[in-house]
Ligand binder design. Structure first.
Ligand SMILES: Cc1cc2nc3c(=O)[nH]c(=O)nc-3n(C[C@H](O)[C@H](O)[C@H](O)COP(=O)(O)OP(=O)(O)OC[C@H]3O[C@@H](n4cnc5c(N)ncnc54)[C@H](O)[C@@H]3O)c2cc1C
Length: 420
């Protein structure tokens, strides 16, 4: 890299917990972050699931370097063993961090990154590629502009690109047409969306903890709005294996939720449909009929798609990225987190080497780095950015990471899974 490129800032895409952690760690390394956040505040994705209680405690949810910074400014640390909701994570940690005097000047809210490339290089062109700065196209109320940076840390999350209901990976026939009656993620069933679901027949699709959260809230709602009927569709053959987390699970909140759902099933409060593979969604007299393996399910008013998320790789399409064919995570990380292989994400320690791409100086971090794998923990993301930022502080080592052999599965250290 030329001296000129070395003096440029590092772009961080997204001011979620991992993007802000990247900013903290870059500053600590003596580098200048430029954090672009499309939302009106930091943690804009989390604000969508603020009502959900997290299954990891505060001690897992905060970056130790950010905690030190906040403490110096007189911030009061939450009780480390307690489990915050998404909203509490925002109010007690993320928003104070975003408004910290060292972070705030580097944060550009309401600013969306549209694309990233190398200056004067599309994805095809080799000559002088490694020496060219990155160019980031951003859009905001002031219009579009291009900004030059020395490296890219993409922490833009996956929440804005949920998976479809369709069993083939693309939308089921009729899914787009039915979108007014489909919610992707975990809607606020007991809060803002209460009237929307009260007294309705609601089908929840998905076998992870997001589905459990939605089912738990729907059962509570049905105790007040008695005509509420709850259907649950899963891909698997049975619901015998709901309580998967060990009794001494560090993430006790996750086990509590599993046990609660098991109890609700035993009480007959949820009607279960197994082997679900949705091909078609039909509208019929104001109801939705979901077809699975060519058979119709009972008519419903609403569907909640708790089917997970996928990374949006479009904004990186002019860069040379290498992704794992199944997980769509960085190629070296894929084998370590592939849910086809690891049923309960025991994920090894990993860092810049596993997160590297053929495009030197580009890193996808945070939940986006897990692609379609559902096992990401914030704690892992904080370690990722520590490794990446320390490598960026010494650019000569960037080349070395690409040569590194990724950690083998045998070298895995146990860490709890967090299917949502
Ligand atoms: C319901 C739910 C519960 C979870 N519970 C836990 C838990 O208990 N424990 C745990 O460890 N993890 C949990 N997770 C997983 C994970 O930790 C969170 O998803 C976390 O928010 C990921 O942080 P992130 O910074 O990688 O991404 P995000 O928090 O999604 O942040 C990405 C940011 O990027 C912004 N952005 C997106 N695109 C652009 C763009 N083009 N330009 C600029 N900005 C952009 C978004 O607005 C957002 O603010 C949970 C996830 C969900 C959905």
């Amino acid at each position: 890299m030329t001296h000129k490129v070395d003096n440029l800032p590092v772009a961080v895409i997204g001011a979620g917990p991992i993007g802000l952690s990247a900013a903290v760690n870059l500053l600590e390394e003596g580098l200048t972050p430029l954090v672009f956040e499309s939302g009106a505040c930091a943690g804009a994705n989390i604000a969508n699931w603020g009502h959900v209680r997290m299954f990891s405690p505060w001690s897992y949810n905060m970056d130790p370097n950010a905690v030190s910074l906040l403490k110096k400014a007189g911030w009061e640390e939450p009780a480390l063993t307690e489990f915050p909701t998404g909203r509490e994570l925002l109010d007690r940690y993320l928003l104070p961090l975003a408004s910290h005097e060292k972070i705030a000047p580097h944060l550009h809210l309401n600013t969306r990154v549209e694309s990233v490339s190398r200056q004067y290089h599309d994805v095809l062109r080799n000559e002088g590629r490694a020496q060219a700065p990155f160019v980031v196209r951003v859009s905001s109320a002031e219009g579009e502009r291009d900004i030059l940076v020395r490296a890219i840390i993409d922490a833009s999350g996956t929440y804005q690109t949920p998976n479809w209901l369709g069993a083939h990976g693309f939308p089921a026939i009729g899914e787009l047409a039915a979108s007014a009656s489909i919610s992707y993620g975990i809607p606020s069933i007991l809060g803002a969306r209460r009237e929307h679901y009260a007294g309705k027949t609601v089908l929840v699709i998905g076998g992870g903890h997001s589905a459990y959260n939605a089912l738990q809230d729907l059962v509570k709602l049905s105790e007040q709005a008695q005509d509420t009927r709850i259907l649950w569709g899963i891909r698997g053959a049975s619901v015998d294996n709901i309580v998967r987390s060990p009794e001494n699970d560090e993430l006790q909140e996750r086990r509590r939720l599993e046990v609660h759902i098991q109890t609700l099933l035993e009480q007959g409060k949820i009607e279960v449909f197994t082997h679900i593979a949705i091909e078609k969604i039909q509208s019929d007299n104001g109801k939705l009929i979901v077809h699975s393996h060519s058979h119709p399910l009972p008519p419903v008013d609403e569907i909640i798609a708790a089917t997970g998320f996928r990374p949006n790789l479009e904004l990186l399409s002019e860069l040379r990225i290498a992704t794992h064919p199944a997980t769509q995570s960085p190629v070296h990380l894929g084998p370590l987190i592939d849910p086809n292989v690891h049923t309960c994400g025991s994920v090894p320690e990993h860092g810049a080497a596993e997160l590297s791409h053929p495009e030197l100086g580009l890193y996808i971090v945070g939940i986006k780095s897990y692609g379609r794998a559902p096992t990401f923990l914030l704690k892992t993301g904080y370690k990722q950015v520590k490794s990446v930022t320390s490598l960026l502080a010494n650019p000569d080592d960037i080349e070395a990471t690409v040569e590194n052999t990724p950690v083998s599965c045998e070298a895995r250290v146990p860490s709890p899974c967090c299917n949502k």
